[in-house]
Design a protein. Structure first.
Lengths: 307, 120
């Protein structure tokens, strides 16, 4: 565990550093408040700090105020070190954002016990953040495939369309539907069907870039949003994705299954601010055309019908 | 008698308390004492100059730093003397500064002697 010690008095700093290193902490020791604030506000900075009250450049309470203001997304547990006479200032110290205080000279046993309390609080905070992130993920992702759920990808697509229009950029929308998926479920059962959906989701995700979006649109329908993909590249990119889905059989509990996908493609960069429903309708029409053409193929939507 | 003015060994340096503070790590204790012997004379000089100039801010600041070092060493006599000077600096009490400094100097001299014994 990383811990920062800030004390301008070299003897106290050396003593604290030794005690804490012997206790297994990874210690960063500095001799003024300004350096302490810098370290504590770094993204990978320590989350535990021992701060002397009186320091040059910035005092302990000043460091607390600075860190509370500037490192908002990660909690830092800060302990002020104060001399006996300034005990009456403890209230002011805690008001500045400190979590605890210790009277100098510090008793090693008490110091380690107080830091363990700090670590418990940080662990509690980590658990809460993790729980919140899990809930956020569950609220925004499809539980079976872990792709974005329909509501979220529609919302993100709306925003991307507005942004692309504003920045005069390019964007391509793909709607893909697994061919004969009902047969997979009917012949092999829903467990195997779920395996296929999960694997197709994985193949879709691995065939797009980090700033593209992939969502589960319906049962076996997937919506893919390719940012910065213009009309001249749209068809080729869609074919790459179709090939990525169909190239290898899917390993399932019932053996290998070959699956293919039909795709409708709409390069939507220059369409203007049209309602999302109209845009998706056109991609759906293109997908239907792909199905009508024998499946396992890609059909371009005709954007002119939208203008 | 000079013997009456020099504080007793227990007051100069509380060795058991000091050993507890370093968790009986004698090597660490030796390092701390070396740091103290290196830092103390220059801080004392700064304090002496500040007293001569009646620079109350500097007296408060240097008195505070010395007080912290004496506290770490469990040197209660020197701690009290530095604490008095810090208090006088903070409250702009100029009367008696010279006497307070003499008390500190004698405490420090006794302490440095005791430390030499400790360091062998």
């Amino acid at each position: 565990v990383k811990i920062l010690i800030a004390d301008d008095e070299p003897m106290a700093r050396h003593l604290l550093q030794n005690i804490l290193e012997n206790a297994g902490y990874d210690v960063i020791a500095v001799d003024n408040g300004r350096l302490a604030a810098e370290h504590l506000c770094r993204p990978d900075g320590p989350r535990l700090a021992l701060l002397d009250w009186v320091m040059p450049a910035l005092d302990g309470p000043g460091v607390c105020r600075y860190v509370r203001k500037h490192r908002k997304h990660v909690y830092v547990h800060m302990v002020l070190l104060t001399s006996r006479e300034s005990k009456q200032d403890v209230v002011a110290g805690l008001a500045s954002g400190a979590d605890d205080y210790l009277i100098k000279p510090v008793d090693p046993g008490e110091l380690k016990a107080r830091l363990l309390t700090g670590l418990r609080i940080l662990q509690l905070e980590d658990n809460l953040v993790e729980a919140r992130e899990n809930m956020r993920f569950k609220a925004t992702h499809d539980p079976l495939t872990s792709l974005l759920n329909r509501g979220v990808i529609m919302d993100l697509l709306s925003r991307e369309l507005v942004r692309t229009h504003r920045e005069k950029g390019s964007i391509t929308i793909l709607l893909g539907d697994l061919d004969h998926f009902k047969k997979v479920n009917d012949s092999h059962g829903h467990v195997v069907g779920d395996e296929v959906l999960r694997e197709v989701a994985r193949r879709l995700l691995s065939s797009v870039r980090s700033y593209d979006l992939v969502g589960r649109y319906g049962g076996e329908e997937f919506l893919v949003v390719l940012n910065n993909c213009n009309a001249s590249n749209a068809f080729a990119r869609a074919e790459e994705i179709r090939y990525a889905v169909a190239r290898h059989p899917v390993e399932t509990a019932r053996g290998q299954l070959w699956v293919t996908m039909s795709l409708g493609v709409l390069p939507a960069g220059n369409l203007g601010p049209l309602p999302l429903e109209d845009i998706l309708h056109e991609v759906d029409v293109a997908l239907y055309a792909a199905k009508e053409s024998g499946r396992n193929c890609t059909k371009l939507a005709a954007p002119k019908c939208l203008v | 008698m000079a013997g009456k003015d020099v504080p007793s060994v227990q007051v100069i340096l509380d060795i058991p308390e000091l050993l507890a503070r370093v968790e009986n790590d004698r090597e660490l204790l030796r390092e701390l004492l070396e740091i103290f012997k290196q830092e103390c004379p220059s801080l004392l000089r700064v304090l002496e100059e500040a007293v001569a100039r009646q620079d109350m801010k500097s007296i408060e600041k240097t008195g505070h730093t010395l007080k912290g070092m004496f506290a770490t060493l469990s040197a209660s006599g020197a701690f009290s003397a530095a604490s008095t000077l810090e208090h006088m600096g903070r409250h702009e009490e100029k009367a008696g500064l010279g006497e307070a400094l003499i008390v500190l100097q004698s405490q420090v001299a006794a302490l440095l002697g005791e430390l030499d014994t400790c360091l062998g």
